[in-house]
Design a binder for this molecule. Sequence first.
Ligand code: GDP
Length: 363
Amino acid sequence: MEHIENNGEFHNLKVNKGIQEQPIVNPYISDFKRFKRKTYSVSEYIDGIIKGNVSILSQAVTLVESSRPEHRAIAQEVIEKCIPYSGNSVRIGITGVPGAGKSTSIDAFGMQLIKEKHKLAVLAIDPSSEISKGSILGDKTRMERLSIEKNAFIRPSPTAGSLGGVARKTRETIILCEAAGFDRIIIETVGVGQSETAVHSMVDFFLLIQLPGTGDELQGIKRGIMEMADGIAINKADGNNMEKAKLAQNQFQNALHLFPPTESGWQPLVLTYSGYYETGVREVLDMIDKYIVFVDSNGYFQHKRNEQLKYWMYETIDDKLKSNFYNNPEIQKELSKCENEVLHSNISPFGAANKVLKIYFDK
Ligand code: GDP
């Protein structure tokens, strides 16, 4: 194209013809193989997953995590078709405050499981990742040994959306991992806030990792989290910590005795171990194995999984209803009007709620 500077109206500036500048981006880039991401059909996804192809599994998980409706549609189909192949794993939830040693421990537990010929998937639910972007569970090189193991699949927390949304994606990812032949699934979460409940609703065994302390360890742990735990493991029971760890073990054990009996009939155990020095690791895994045998024989294992299935059905209905309601433009307008009226005491909160709901249901 001729430069406008070269037209007669410009007197002081002239652009000489020269060599055309090369585009910054190589126009042939899309032909480069490594920049091309192969997309698969639903049946290719299913086939690949069932054959245990981790790269296809990984791409399917990306679809599960995507917020694009076309991705969601494919993901949904793949999940449905994978369900008959799922369920054959022990699902373990692990929680503990940041610094408790979760990643070090999962690396140790995982390497032991891999040695025993298991296939392990490690998934995470990190509710902080939405706010802080750099997630608590992903801000450092974690599980160094496990991350290069062929039989381990590690996936950080999905970031987008509410805790409910993040948890649902993880729950769906479990199905895909199981269909791909992973027989041990660890779901990790940070021991702060609501995420434990979400994890508890998708695992068979819930492990709480604690630190040796100086007698005040029972403070600061929400009773609810302790009540959820099927086992408590005191990490860092090494070096000078040994005595403190034993003390903590006694305290937790005593505290647990005061709790009402668990629904499963299992008496939660408290163990000490060191994830870093890998002492007591097999004992923690033994506890999980024993629990599974126990609840399998008394029928609680299946009962809990059934309850979880129902939970996720209702949870999804709740989610969809809510988002349909709150994303409706007419409702949004009405809500802000009603909010004002409530704040000015023109209408009671209940009256306002009923008014908006009536508009929604009468549509
Ligand atoms: P996370 O935040 O719960 O995942 O904790 P990390 O696994 O990142 O561990 C936090 C810190 O504790 C790191 O510096 C680890 O090296 C250290 N740590 C983890 N496990 C042990 C252990 O068994 N013994 C000791 N002494 N230190 C540990």
